[in-house]
Design a protein around this ligand. Structure first.
Ligand code: IMP
Length: 481
């Protein structure tokens, strides 16, 4: 095949020519390849802010040819040396030992983080949160959510209960002690009452390396004073980075500075709109992200929603209607797409891109789409497209006020995880394209089968595909004029 290498007029810069606030979010279950875009736009922005989630996210930073995985520090940290501000916003939950470890790694790699700022209102993951998550995930058995075991849920639970420890509390030992005592008493009552643990079982579990390797155990009991002392110490280590980040961002925006909002996880994993209860505990939508950094959603000039196509992935438990039954095909895609979790290393589940779910996501994150990993399915003869679900359970269910019995179809997304698992996808077949598509540079030169596939996505979802990513390199992005 003779490839046409006509130059596209546009690069990613085209998106940010005349704007001040850009958001990059994921429209699926996470892992849609945000890294490359966040990295590119970090070069444009003055401030790079995260607002949701915590150490459950993972991204790779490449320094001197070596790859390092970071969970909390935004990808924009490599731009700190140019005076760019990286923010961990109020909506985040911070795993303190992991944060300190990442800062130490940055020191070791001689990467500056002097402009990193941490919201005083972000919540702090405490050792008893991790303990609770380990115990409750285990107790769920087959119904386990398959969390990253970074205690995202228990930390947000204390936030919602209005008792959680905030970053600022770390700098006020008396307040910290009071809160830790109160929260620990509550957690211990749950561990005993719900999970049947005894004090000595709890102390034993606390010896896990994820819980300080026995650091918080003294004479067979959990040692609250040590938790308080250690967390105060860690608070002091980051004291110079803690500030009112909402006010900081507001001030910078009023001076015309440019802001990049870095989403984490994905819309379908969101506590409000995701496949509940198989979700994380933050709202990774554009709305949650704005709230998590303390700005109005109205100030976002452009929100790019990332979508993996023609295949998508999920890590952990929960329904995935279009998941491939053909394990050989799934493995082929997994290998070629390097689909293994950055935080946990788990192999990702593979399925066809679900347009019912995407239409739902477009309704929340808006119409601007970037399709990623498209090159992975180069050379596939045919692709499956899901525009409908069919209820496949013998027993009837009421969903969103409507009765579903076997055979009934819907084109609406079902955000109740248990209910969604009762549906199967109804597929249409689309023709695949020959590759390699990363040799093309202009959208209109791409194979017509690929453009037809994109047209089908747009027609069904109401979204507008603004760019497609055809490889890991920045330049391997085709912008649609
Ligand atoms: P948690 O956020 O650790 O509580 O995990 C809840 C669910 O979200 C699990 O199914 C995780 O696998 C999934 N999850 C959390 N963070 C990510 C992510 O960054 N990418 C993909 N899945 C994630």
């Amino acid at each position: 095949m003779v490839l046409n290498r006509r130059k596209s007029k546009q690069t990613l810069k085209h998106f940010v020519d005349k704007i001040q606030v850009l958001a990059v979010v994921c429209n699926q279950w996470g892992d849609t390849g945000k890294g490359k875009f966040v990295d590119f736009f970090s070069g444009w922005a003055d401030i790079i802010a995260r607002g949701t989630g915590g150490a459950n996210a993972g991204h790779t930073i490449n320094v001197g040819g070596k790859e390092y995985i970071f969970n909390l520090i935004p990808s924009g940290i490599l731009y700190d040396q140019y005076g760019k501000i990286n923010v961990l916003g109020n909506g985040m939950v911070l795993h303190m030992p992991r944060l300190i470890e990442e800062l130490e790694k940055l020191n070791e790699l001689e990467i500056s983080y002097s402009n990193l700022r941490i919201s005083s209102n972000a919540h702090v993951t405490m050792p008893y949160h991790i303990l609770l998550e380990l115990v409750s995930e285990k107790a769920k058995g087959k119904k386990a959510i398959g969390t990253t075991l970074r205690a995202i849920g228990p930390t947000y639970a204390d936030k919602i209960r209005r008792t959680g420890v905030r970053v600022n509390d770390l700098l006020n030992p008396a307040k910290l002690e009071e809160k830790v005592k109160e929260n620990y008493a509550f957690t211990e009552a749950v561990l005993k009452g719900v999970f049947g643990l005894r004090k000595k079982d709890i102390a034993q579990l606390m010896k896990d390396e994820r819980l300080g390797s026995g650091r918080y155990v003294y004479k067979g009991k959990v040692n609250i004073s040590e938790i308080v002392a250690h967390y105060s110490f860690m608070g002091n280590e980051i004291k110079h980075l803690i500030t009112d980040t909402k006010e900081l961002i507001e001030r910078k925006l009023s001076k015309g500075k440019k802001l990049l909002l870095e989403g984490a996880q994905g819309l379908l994993l969101g506590i409000d709109h995701g496949t509940f209860p198989y979700v994380t505990s933050s709202d990774p939508s554009i709305n949650g992200l704005c709230s998590g950094v303390g700005i109005s959603a109205l100030s976002v000039d452009l929100c790019l929603g990332l979508v993996k196509a023609p295949y998508m992935t999920r890590v952990g438990g929960g329904p995935f209607p279009t998941e491939l039954e053909d394990e050989a095909l799934a493995e082929k895609i997994r290998k070629k797409g390097r689909e293994y979790g950055a935080t946990t290393g788990r192999p990702r589940r593979i399925g066809w891109t679900d347009l019912v779910a995407l239409k739902y996501a477009v309704g929340i994150n808006g119409p601007n789409l970037v399709l990623t990993k498209m090159d992975i399915c180069d050379g596939f003869e045919e692709l499956k497209i899901c525009k409908k679900y069919i209820y496949s359970n013998e027993e009837k269910s009421i969903i969103n006020g409507k009765e579903f019995s076997k055979g009934k179809t819907t084109t609406s997304f079902i955000s109740d995880g248990e209910m969604l698992s009762k549906f199967k996808p109804v597929y249409e077949t689309a023709k695949g394209w020959e590759g390699p598509i990363n040799e093309f540079e202009a959208y209109n030169d791409l194979p017509k089968e690929l453009r037809n596939y994109i047209r089908a996505i747009e027609k069904f979802t109401g979204g507008k595909v603004r760019a497609i990513s055809v490889g890991p390199g920045r330049e391997e992005t085709i912008i649609r004029d």
